[in-house]
Ligand binder design. Structure first.
Ligand code: NAD
Ligand code: 89V
Length: 343
């Protein structure tokens, strides 16, 4: 199989994981990289042996023949870069959060649809193996029809040292982390019709909210609570584990700290260890997220080969992104927000 020729834009903190992922995936390789910061370009270029280096994305699209581009910059640049890819008819992966606003995200989906190129949002949390295990259990019918879910991420891990920009934005936990947890809720319980949100800022040293509690009505009739905190000091720091409770008509699922999955269903109670593997290049505690990077990138390569839509296509991710916008609107108004008005 001829490897797809990819390029990566944005050689920052998280892109290193994506570069490791691409190095391990058969069927695709990164042939060029771009960062407007020459220092990051040199660090990542040298680490992964990439000779073709650009400080300007437009010059890279002009100079290279590409099968896809992987955009790993922060949100303010996403729209311009995705539109550039679409103008060159190059399929694009775009990191989360998809864009600064829902209007931008919709324009990006439109640009790629009009150019006839696939667009996937790098929404990787649903690809974590413990989350996939919960999804497979639901699919098996073991607990019947789910009617309640709690998807929870509570931590006091210092995310600001690796990603200093997280401390400075007016928006923090919903936009950066809640977006993943909301997406997991959609993945497990289906699309959402209404969201009610409360936010708090506990850490006085940051600009945005670091606690968010969201109540969601799913179109299936299920109710979920999505709760996120970076202000919760626990006996054993759980970062970056997402904990899950799902109750169904015939049983329950519990994903508890330490990657322990307990399923009480039609066949009795089964407890299993669903810890993610520690890949050779990964490091604890990030290995859970790092493994999901390679999983979503493999999915992208499969989708390009088969001509199918990625699970987290741009169009799909509009529904996750709209929930983020709705959560902020609802936190401000203290009223429930209906999603159909946004989509
Ligand atoms: P970062 O600031 O460390 O890196 C971004 C890089 O992009 C920088 O080196 C910057 O110079 C470069 N850049 C910005 N605009 C550019 C442009 N127009 N052209 C070329 N280069 C440009 O940020 P980060 O922490 O690596 O985060 C990047 C993205 O990844 C964010 O959207 C963040 O939310 C996301 N992220 C995702 C996960 C995940 O699990 N999916 C985890 C961490 C971060
Ligand atoms: O996954 C992310 O998007 C990261 C973190 C886990 C720190 O929230 O920004």
């Amino acid at each position: 199989m001829v490897a797809l020729r990819g390029a990566l834009i944005g050689c920052g903190f998280f892109a290193v994981n994506q570069m490791h992922g691409w190095r391990d995936i058969e069927g695709a390789s990164i042939v060029a990289i771009c960062d407007r910061d020459p220092e990051r370009l040199q660090i990542v270029g040298d680490q992964f042996g990439i000779a073709k280096r650009y400080t300007d994305a437009a010059a890279m699209f002009e100079g290279e023949v590409l099968d896809f581009v992987d955009i790993a910059t922060t949100a303010p640049s996403h729209r311009a870069l995705v539109e550039l890819a679409a103008a060159h008819r190059v399929p694009a992966i775009c990191q989360k959060p998809f864009a600064p606003t829902l209007a931008d995200a919709k324009a990006m989906v439109k640009a790629c649809a009009e150019a006839g190129v696939p667009l996937m949002v790098h929404e990787n949390f649903r690809w974590q193996s413990p989350i996939q295990a919960v999804h497979a259990t639901l699919d098996s019918g073991e607990i019947g029809t789910p009617f309640f879910g709690r998807i929870s991420f509570r931590s006091a891990y210092d995310v600001f040292s690796g990603q200093p920009y997280l401390a400075t934005g007016k928006r923090f936990i919903i936009e950066d982390l809640g977006i993943h947890i909301i997406d997991i809720a959609r993945f497990l319980l289906g699309d959402v019709s209404t969201i009610t949100t409360r936010t708090q800022r506990i850490n006085p040293a940051i600009a945005g909210e670091d606690v968010a509690t969201m109540l969601m009505d799913h179109e299936s009739g299920a109710t979920s609570v999505v709760d996120c905190s970076y202000a919760s000091r626990l006996a054993v720091e759980p970062f970056p584990e997402t904990l899950i409770e799902i109750d169904g008509s015939d049983g329950t699922i519990r994903l508890t700290q330490g990657y322990k999955l307990t399923v009480s269903g039609k066949g009795g109670t089964v407890v299993s260890d669903v810890s993610p593997p520690l890949l050779p290049w990964a490091s604890r505690p990030w290995h859970n997220i790092q493994e999901s990077v390679i999983a979503i990138q493999k999915h992208w390569v499969d989708c390009l080969a088969k001509g199918t839509d990625p699970a987290t296509s741009g169009a799909d991710n509009l529904k996750t992104f709209a929930l983020v916008e709705a959560a902020y609107a609802g936190a401000a108004s203290r009223e429930p927000v209906h999603l159909d008005a946004l989509l």
